[in-house]
Design a protein. Sequence first.
Length: 115
Amino acid sequence: MHTEFIAKVGAVYEETPDDNPCAGSEIYLTLLFDKKQVYVAEKEISSCDKETIHEIGTFDWKLKNGKEIKIDFIPQKIQGTYAENLLLEVRDKKIIGRITHLNGKVIEYVFKEKN
C-alpha cells in the first residue's frame, strides 16, 4: 500500500523544420494505491526532461478473484486519457495493464514499482 507504480504507455514526436532536441516526449501512466483508493495520473516527460503531470483522479478500487484489479473509473474523468480503456490484473506478482488503443490493438504494459 502507498506504493506508486508506473508504465510507459506512449510517445509523442513532432516534426520540426530545424534540429530540435526537445520535439518529443514519453507518456507514462502512474498509479498510487492505498487500501481503498488509487490515484491515477499521466506524466509526460519531454526529451529535454521537462515533466508535466495530468491528474486524472482518485478512484475506489478492489482486487477481484485474487488477480483482477477493478477500478471504479468515472467515465467523464478518464475520457481521452490512457486510463480510458485500461484493464489491470496481477500476474506473477506484477501489475499488468492492458490498453485497447483507438485502432483496436490491445497492448500490455508492465507497471513497475517506482523507487
